[in-house]
Design a protein around this ligand. Sequence first.
Ligand code: URA
Length: 204
Amino acid sequence: MPELLHHPLASHVLTKLRDKNTPAAEFRALSYKIGLMLALEATKDLPTDVETIDTPLETMDASVLGEGLAVVPILRAGLGMLQPFTDLFPSVSVGYLGLERDHETAEPSAYYNKLPDVTSRRVLCVDPMLATGGSAVMALDKLKAAGATDIRLVTIVSAPEGIETVKAAHPDVPIITAAVDRELDDNSYILPGLGDFGDRLFDT
Ligand code: URA
C-alpha cells in the first residue's frame, strides 16, 4: 500500500480539488497547498547531518539537512506540484520529464527529458494523478537509467490499478499519495477522481 497523507486539511483541500465547480485560480492554490503537505510527508525521513552552532546562550550540536534533493515533475500536470517543493527546499535541483499518453491507447511516450544529477540524493518524482501507472513506470525507468537509487513517487490521487503497476515494475519506490480512489473508467480516468488535472490547472 502507498503511504497515505492523513490530515484533516489534506482531506478538505482534496474535496475542493475534486469539486467540478472549483475555478482554475482556486484549483492552483489548492494544488500548491496539498503539494506542501505531500512534500513534507515525502521528506520526513530525509537523512540529516549534525552541525555545531552557537545559540545566543550555548554551543550545541544541531541537525541540518544532509544529502541533496531533486524534484522531477512529470509534464505538464506535475508542474502544479513543483512550487511547494522549491519553496520548502530552495536548493532543490529540478528536472523535467515530458511524458504524454495517447488518448486512444493511454500508452505513454517521452517528448522531453532534462534531469539534474540524480545520483546519491533523494529524488521526488511528482505527478498528481497515478492512473494506469504507465507514465509513472516510464518516469521511474528514466530516473533509474540516469542513476537514481533513492526515489519517491508523489501523487495526489492514485488508482489501485496504477499502484499495482508501479509496485510490480518498481517495488523499491515508495508511493506517497493523498488518496486511493476506486478504479479507472474506460478512458483511464480515475473514479471518482477530479477530472483532467492538467486541464483544470491550466484552464485548457
Ligand atoms: N490524468 C488526469 O488528469 N486525470 C485522471 O483521472 C487520470 C489521469
